[in-house]
Write a protein that binds this ligand. Structure first.
Ligand code: R5P
Length: 289
């Protein structure tokens, strides 16, 4: 097996390879003068199982092209198998035609990856209306969850926390993590009007006075979901508010806004950032063993 760090996988590739005691290399990527992609494998991949590590954030579409080019090249160079380890896989949220004429991006992207990969490993995909990866990929796929790692982090740092999920979908992270550590949890109700306009309201009566409240969700992107949740929770006078997410996209200045709202923010390193305190390399390596 050879683990290959793609452009947005360098923060995890070497760690995953070390855990597997496997060979590691980074993909050589640059641009031709006209902006087209140049890509090269610097180590031999012939007859090897090639694991491409790529997380799809920031230049998402460029990373898609890079990953497909890398997989196609590995096949041409005689790789035995090509596996994609994608800590964060994109476009899961556009899984429906919400408005007439829209592209259902997930339906386009799934088959593109099927064509080149023998297996696709994803951490906490935002499966909502499509409820298993089998609805997305025809090739073999593995769905991992960072919940046990988040549970362990909470157990290590907080005594008697209450976990909050901002919307019904977040039960998969907030409630399930709470169950793992025997903590109380409550799921709020969210209405989304646009990417930047959401409303959140508390459904249950819940005593948060003086408590360590931990909001758990899969993704923080614009931060509006979390900011609205904080606004509602504040009314119940908690002692401390912490937000933990799997995928910290932190679009624009959302991280600063959440901190300014008085919350501590923690994320995993599926997408690296200054608050990536939970390492997922073992999760991926274990699944590759
Ligand atoms: C949505 O259903 C997700 O679980 C997150 O709540 C959402 O993606 C967060 O987005 P934003 O930070 O832009 O509100």
């Amino acid at each position: 097996m050879i683990v290959v760090s793609c452009s947005k996988g360098v923060h995890l590739g070497a760690k995953i390879a070390a855990r597997l005691k496997a060979e590691h290399t980074a993909l050589k990527v640059s641009r031709f003068p006209d902006g087209e992609l140049y890509l090269r494998f610097l180590k031999n991949v012939r007859n090897k199982t090639v694991v491409l590590v790529q997380s799809f954030y920031e230049d998402v579409d460029e990373m898609i092209v890079e990953t497909l080019f890398a997989a196609a090249t590995a096949i041409e160079l005689g790789a035995k198998k090509v596996i994609l380890a994608a800590p964060y896989f994109p476009y899961f949220r556009q899984d429906e035609r919400f408005r007439k004429g829209e592209c259902v991006s997930l339906h386009v992207i799934g088959p593109l990856f099927d064509r080149y990969f023998d297996r696709i490993i994803v951490i906490d995909p935002h499966l909502h209306r499509e409820n298993t990866l089998k609805h997305v990929f025809r090739t073999a796929s593995v769905r991992l969850t960072a919940n046990p790692l988040i549970a362990e982090y909470i157990k290590r740092h907080f005594r008697n926390p209450v976990l909050i999920g901002p919307d019904w979908e977040s039960y998969k992270w907030a409630r399930k993590t709470a169950e793992m550590i025997g903590a109380k949890s409550s799921i709020l109700e969210k209405k989304r009007y646009s990417s930047y306009h959401v409303e959140v309201r508390l459904k249950d009566r819940i005593d948060l006075r003086g408590k360590e409240v931990i909001i758990v969700d899969d993704i923080i992107s614009t931060g509006h979901t979390i900011l609205e949740t904080i606004k509602n929770i504040r009314k119940l006078r908690p002692g401390k508010i912490v937000c933990i997410c799997v995928h910290g996209i932190f679009a624009g200045n959302s991280l600063r806004k959440i901190r300014n709202a008085g919350a501590v923010v923690v994320a995993t390193n599926t997408i690296p950032s200054g608050v990536s305190k939970i390492d997922v390399s073992k999760l991926v390596a274990d699944s590759l063993k």
